[in-house]
Design a protein around this ligand. Sequence first.
Ligand code: DGL
Length: 271
Amino acid sequence: MSHNQNPIGIFDSGVGGLSVFRQIRADLPHERLLYVADSGHAPYGNKAAEFIVRRSIAISEFLLEQGAKAIVVACNTATAAAIARLRQRFSLPIVGIEPAIKPAVALTHSGVVGILATGNTVRSDKFAALLNQHGQRARVLVQPCPGLADCVEYGDLTGARPRALLEQYLAPLLACGVDTLVLGCTHYPFLIPLIQQLAGPEVAILDPSPAVARQLRRRLDAAGLRADDAAVGGERFFTSGPSERPTRVIHHVLGRPVRLETLPEPFHSVG
Ligand code: DGL
């Protein structure tokens, strides 16, 4: 079987994609991983789709320049806005992430499922198609959550601000009998303890990161691109903004210190 030691590129608007990164790190320990936090342009949840497309292309070009053999769009908003364009433009395997509506509909007992995501994700055509495909066998309540990803971006996982926002966003869902919540934004898994506390222990919370890591493994295997089992997996982290805050937040959410490099200048502009 052939092997490939080139890195896998992973990106998000900021630190949220680290919920996907940590799963990939755990499942594929021999791979070299590059993570780009587009913190200089976060959040994506309220930006024009064309802006997100241009940022996704610029970051992918940077990752390709670093020798990436595959790209993971660890952002629901960027997947919805840009993955089709990235796949048109670049020929390497590109794995995205979308809200886990299908598993949620299969899991619910009450027949009512809640989706938490950014405004851009829930307004996208891709989301409408997903809802149309899998949302028929349950009542699916869609809740955009402006401001919530920013709490995570600033490292506030348990404070008054995320608590107030989540109380507001969860109330209508819980009132309708939601027993399964889909985390449709990669920032939200870092809020699971708070969400579980507010929603109660009976509510199931679905994080699609394991499915993304499995899909990445399948794509690498199919293309003969997996690293050798004897290889030591490395990692590098990049940001497009000032590095002090994301360095602190990444330390907090990953539970270990990392060195954050600055994305080279040509990849900062919106293109
Ligand atoms: N983490 C991103 C997502 O999965 C977007 C958060 C944002 O930048 O608004 O949708």
